[in-house]
Design a protein around this ligand. Structure first.
Ligand code: TPS
Length: 207
């Protein structure tokens, strides 16, 4: 895959936004420097997830930004999104790859070196490693930066760091070997989405 697409990767969070507010945040993010968008919905019915994914795809397509669907291979195929992101509780990576075909992007969450190597062998295109910092967005053990470095040093796949990443702590990722960063709350809950995205993009380019 094109590594540039992983520079600043927005993963969505629903919070209490209306569809309109939600889509506006995604659009502002697309206009100001995110390079990929992942639609992550844990509560919606299949019907509602599908309808929302269509709306998000209409936005990302306008900016030629890839849309990655979290967990749901059926939704990914149904809306012809550019890719799928899966964690440990989903289909095995080999199976997801087989069903997706070789044209779609397949991302895998990994917390350890062992899992990272396995995901690479099984056909992942990139890894999301974290949570690097503790985060209320996802209950998860923290993956230390030392482990992140071990992964980027041993695996050929591009790696995005995720989890608790903010403008204020991003510099801790200098020289960690990552291709980019992925964030939920720092963008979704930003007071000024355009400015926050611009600043994050600048900071990640300078890592
Ligand atoms: C690319 N994941 C790990 S930590 C976290 C999530 C959703 C919360 C971040 O929120 N890598 C990718 N996509 C994923 N969905 C995951 C990993 C899983 P915040 O930025 O608010 O701390």
């Amino acid at each position: 895959m094109n590594n540039e697409l992983l520079k600043l990767y927005l993963v969505t969070g629903r919070y209490d936004f209306s569809d309109e507010e939600f889509l506006t945040i995604i659009e502002e993010a697309c206009q100001n420097g995110v390079t990929s968008v992942q639609l992550r919905e844990k509560e919606l019915s299949t019907h509602d997830f599908y309808q929302l994914a269509l709306k998000v795809k209409a936005v990302t397509a306008r900016y030629d930004i890839p849309l990655i669907i979290n967990d749901r291979l059926d939704i990914c195929l149904a809306v012809d999104a550019e890719g799928l992101h899966i964690g440990d509780d989903e289909l095995p990576v080999t199976v997801a790859r087989r069903l997706l075909g070789s044209d779609k992007i397949l991302g895998v969450s990994a917390k350890t070196l062992e899992r990272s190597v396995e995901a690479q062998t099984e056909g992942a295109d990139y890894l999301g490693v974290g949570a690097i910092f503790p985060t209320p967005t996802k209950e998860s053990d923290v993956t230390p930066i030392a482990t992140l470095k071990e992964i980027t040093g041993s695996v050929a796949l591009p790696v995005v760091a995720i989890g608790g990443i903010k403008l204020g702590n991003l510099s801790a990722l200098t020289d960690s070997g990552i291709t980019g960063i992925s964030v939920v709350s720092e963008i979704m809950k930003a007071e000024d989405v355009p400015q926050t995205v611009k600043s994050l993009r600048q900071a990640v380019e300078a890592l």
